[in-house]
Design a protein around this ligand. Structure first.
Ligand code: HEM
Ligand code: SF4
Ligand code: SF4
Length: 523
């Protein structure tokens, strides 16, 4: 499983890199798969409502009504039909890529099981809704889909009367059956939408809308496709004949030839195995979990920065319980916390300058504390020598940090780059622990902890608390959002950064021990 994940992850990282060169960073489709899924869902809904106005639900008239839309009213209903078809195909593509990407990034185990598990029925419903859509056209393909799927259902010993009988002869097919398909085609996407809402309950501010530029260009691409290759029906269904040569839709129906030719025990068995594996995935094997963030009320003023920065809805602010004058306090829901450390990175008490007391912030990761981070920073700094010393703070999901370490480059891994409070940068530079600092991690807009990179960029730019102090020389800081396959580019960035650092004037010598100079919290 691990090998499959790593191979896929590299594949996705490379694809993101290639698309990153073709699109502005925020538009990269690979980084907007969930949002594109919603975008296609809305297009399918709007175009579906329009088509439904002109669709005749009777078995005899369905085909003719769709032909009318496609040929007579091609300029609107025809285009809507094509939009409906192509957006449905695109939904399958982005959904499957989204699923594989979450797997590749290991964002489906541990407390993240919830989003994965709720994704499974959504995936099934997308396929069932799409397949039922093909019936409604009532052409040769619809006839094929109807026969193969009902014969497949009949292989289960649950239906008294074989339902495939409905499609044996023209007079056997009842309009009632057809109405049932229409009901399914509308009801299932609505249920899927409700489950999508549940799917997003454990992520803060989910990205459900693609950036405007990406939305407009996707819309334009659908339009071009719809005009160049309008969706067409095949010959009308004729229950008196067996459908012969039919063109399959490979997005929704790739398994139909298998269902048609293989024994029911095999196809039902394989489907059941696939479903069981999908459901069990988050526990295959279970994630060895880091302990969740812990609050220390003695050091908390109830400012709610941790609450605002948590990407997984794991923190709530409640009435203060310790009798102090502060109104609120954070509590962490351990079932939601992924131990990313963004909360500790945002806490104003995560101050490495604190002198006598232990560095114990209002919120911290028990397995990766701020105090340990400060100790590690100091000991790594002690090992550096020569001009152009650099400390790299990097996320464990990014480039291979250990491969970049040298006599002048010290590396400090973090759970996520957002775990680093800007005060640490100030601390390193003002205490001359290194000449420069490199921050690295996942690709921009592709943070494994969702907001780590965004919060870091905004903290450095003084747009989001906690701000990086004005006094920190910006020319001594670099960022390299390199991703898991970006070790080489990180090494190159470090090399050129070291050269630049050597050109800078030497900072004033350090004033005694690093911790002997307490600093106020920056405003
Ligand atoms: C139409 C289908 C789907 C849509 C529109 C959709 C949409 C989304 C969106 C918008 C997010 C939040 C992304 C973010 O803001 O970071 C998300 C998260 C997630 N989705 Fe889906 N999803 C779909 C299907 C699936 C399926 C089939 C699976 C897997 C079986 C899945 C697994 C996940 C997981 C594991 C996350 C959480 C990622 C994290 O922990 O950060 N999704 N989805
Ligand atoms: S460690 Fe991450 S998920 Fe857990 S409470 Fe802090 S910010 Fe939220
Ligand atoms: S950021 Fe720190 S001080 Fe503010 S509420 Fe959270 S734990 Fe308390």
């Amino acid at each position: 499983m691990n090998v499959a994940r790593q191979v896929l992850r590299r594949g996705f990282d490379l694809a993101e890199g290639v698309l990153g060169r073709a699109f502005p960073p925020a538009w990269n489709p690979m980084l907007n798969l969930g949002a594109l899924g919603f975008f296609f869902y809305w297009i399918i809904t709007v175009s579906g409502i329009y088509i439904y106005i002109f669709f005749d639900t009777g078995v005899d008239k369905a085909y003719a009504s769709i032909e009318y839309m496609t040929h007579e009213q091609w300029y609107l209903a025809g285009i809507m039909r094509s939009f409906h078809r192509y957006a449905s195909d695109a939904l399958v593509i982005v959904m499957m890529l989204h699923l594989l990407r979450e797997f590749a990034r290991d964002r489906y185990r541990g407390v993240r099981w919830f989003s994965w598990l709720t994704g499974v029925p959504i995936m099934m419903m997308v396929f069932i809704a799409g397949i039922s859509g093909y019936w409604l056209v009532w052409d040769k393909l619809a006839q094929y889909v109807a026969i193969v799927s009902t014969e497949w259902l009949d292989r289960l010993p649950i239906f008294g009367e074989p339902i495939a009988r409905n499609f044996l002869s023209p007079d056997a097919l009842e309009s009632r059956f057809f109405t049932l398909m229409i009901f399914m085609h509308i009801a299932i996407p609505l249920i899927a939408l409700a489950i999508l809402w549940i799917h997003l309950q454990r992520v803060t501010k989910p990205r459900i809308n693609p950036p405007r530029g990406l939305a407009l260009s996707t819309f334009a691409a659908l339009m071009v496709l719809s005009l160049a290759h309008p969706a067409l029906s095949q010959a009308p269904a004729d229950l008196a004949t067996v459908p012969g040569n039919i063109g399959l839709d490979w997005f929704y129906l790739p398994l139909f030839p298998v269902l048609e030719t293989q024994p029911g025990s095999l196809t039902w068995g394989m489907s059941a195995c696939f479903l069981i594996i999908m459901v069990a995935m988050p526990w295959l094997p279970p994630l060895k979990r880091a302990r969740p963030a812990a609050v220390d009320l003695d050091n908390c003023n109830g400012c709610a920065r941790c609450f605002n920065d948590c990407p997984y809805n794991a923190i709530s602010m409640v009435a203060r319980s310790d009798g102090t004058a502060f109104e609120r306090e954070p509590i962490v829901n351990p079932d939601h916390c992924v131990a990313c450390g963004l909360c500790a990175g945002s806490c104003p008490t995560s101050m490495p300058f604190r002198r006598l007391s232990d560095l114990s912030p209002g919120i911290d990761l028990p397995d990766h504390t701020m105090a340990a981070l400060r100790d590690q920073t100091e000991s790594v700094a002690l090992g550096l020598s020569g001009p152009g010393r650099i400390i790299v703070f990097g996320c464990e999901s990014g480039p291979a940090l250990a491969d970049t370490a040298s006599a002048t480059v010290g590396v400090i891994p973090l759970n996520c780059i957002g775990q680093l409070p800007p005060a640490f940068i100030d601390y390193v530079i003002s205490r001359d622990l290194a000449d420069g600092i490199m921050l690295t991690g996942c690709r921009e807009n592709a943070c494994d902890a969702r907001f780590g990179i965004e919060w870091t960029i905004r903290r450095l730019a003084r747009e989001r608390d906690p701000y990086l102090r004005h006094r920190v020389p910006r020319e001594r800081i670099r960022t390299a959002w390199a991703g898991v396959s970006g070790t080489r580019s990180l090494r190159a960035a470090l090399q050129s950064f070291a050269e630049e650092l050597k050109e800078l004037p030497q900072p004033a010598p350090s004033q005694g021990h690093p911790r002997t100079n307490p600093e106020p919290v920056d405003a």
